[in-house]
Design a protein around this ligand. Sequence first.
Ligand SMILES: [Zn+2]
Ligand SMILES: [Zn+2]
Length: 608
Amino acid sequence: MSNHQPVEKDQLYKIRHSAAHVMAEAVLGIYPEAKIAIGPPIDTGFYYDFDLGKEENGKPRSFTPEDLEQIEKRMRQIIGGKFPFIYREVSADDVRALFADQPYKLELIDGLERGGVDEYGNEVKEKPVISTYKHDTFEDLCRGPHVEHTGQIPPDGFKLMTVAGAYWRGDEQNPMLQRIYGTAWRNKKELNEYLQMLEEAKKRDHRKLGRELEIFIFDEEVGPGLPLWLPNGAVMIDELEKLARDMETQAGYQRVRTPHLTKEDLFIRSGHLPYYAESMYPPMELEGVRYYVKPMNCPFHHKLYAAKLHSYRDLPVRFAEYGTCYRYEKSGELFGLMRVRSMQMNDAHIYCAESQFEDEFMGVVALYRRYFDLFGIDRFVMRLSTHHARGLGKKYVDNARLWAKTEEMVRKAMTHGGVPFVEVPDEAAFYGPKIDVQIWSAIGREFTLATNQVDFAVPPRFNLTFINSEGVEETPLCIHRAPLSTHERMVGFLIEHYAGNFPVWLSPEQVRVIPITEAHNDYAERIRRQLKAAGIRVQADLGTERMNNKIRQAQLMKVPYMLVVGDQEMANESVALRKRNGERNNGLPLGEFVAMVKDKIATRSAEL
Ligand SMILES: [Zn+2]
Ligand SMILES: [Zn+2]
């Protein structure tokens, strides 16, 4: 089911947008000298940017936590006043008079008058009508829409969250403004659910759990954005690669391997240079030749495709590789495992004839769905980013006909396949439409996981061809896809999704054997060896600590199964099983336990 309806028309959007106006009025009541900038609704609420002037030390003046409390209180009074939101269209000059002492608004009005930008300074196609919305004493440059009156904003459904510095129009050369973020919902219950989700998300933060569960670290001397994987993390990565290999082999992919380095020429041919240079590490020069570390694997796979003559009977060709790429993300944009500078990508390129496109594309979608089922991801949406005619020859390959055609192919395939998707204009990749996959974790947190791209522009640059059934050379289409994203982003997501309670097959340590006293160490060690021989990741805790302490340690590391063994277990070759979730099974024959664990692993079961 496709969904083309713009989100900005629903009631929640109106509540959030209206709350931003009410907040601006409240701030101006407390700081009449404040300058106001923009205040749009966002995913979970709204913000508004203010300039409060400077402190004596020259730093921008900001809001205190007490200010926020006071602003919130004032907002509730304004809400209680049930002031109607009144729309009017105005001339640029009239509205300039209205905002005579608001320099940021005057700048926005200039933009509106020229056309090409909206009241937030964002690019738009049409020349907007200049309009305002007024409630109570506050009038803002605005296209709406809004609730009918302030009383429709639930007074117990919003909360001011934080203050952050934000440069005017995102430009460091401009003044630093004070941005107040608020969250707003339809009612108190929704607000509380959201706040609870944030609390839970904090506990699940992959940076925190990643350290506690000994999965990965960063090291200043190695460099920011370059994760180092500890043994536990490496186990998870191995398991994910095994999963990808199993699924891709079944789906007809072939594995390839390519180097991390290449001569500059390859990226000139692919079009990444100079276009993508900002996101690449600078070149190395040796014997007069410039080399780059690769920011993506595509050009290498294109070379592998081109290494052989292809007939239509060979297609589709599907090359898969967990390739390590390096991208120079800005320091300010690095974030745990979610935004890094070195990444191992679940990459593949599918070369196919146009007539095969829909099947291949849906094959990729089917793969996504199998992964989602496996990981218990039940909410996802695909965002189809399309081109815009304005960017042809600049942001986008200059071929209007092929853009229209491939975009329609993707749209059709997704509609036929019943894939939930939304369309986002003007955010395509350079060489074709892009499909970002957004997923929601177990606690409802949103992640952008992976990207598919349809590429009609690069295959001709690499002279990729096949001989069609009429004996004529044709250029294949190329589908870029990475359903499991990068190891970095995927592991980061999985940590938060499972709160570190990974399914058995993915758990770095699957079983821990805990002897009741030292007298049971030999038996514990014998079990460990036996499980290890069965291919199970197991440790025996033979330390001198007390048993309860050992159980606590294993719980902290979220080991799925603990086997407590003492006299009774020794006597009848059994184990007392304690599962991570608290379930117990005493006197379980060892052989039965081994068979059960092997089955959980082999089926990649989600159950303990
Ligand atoms: Zn507005
Ligand atoms: Zn690619």
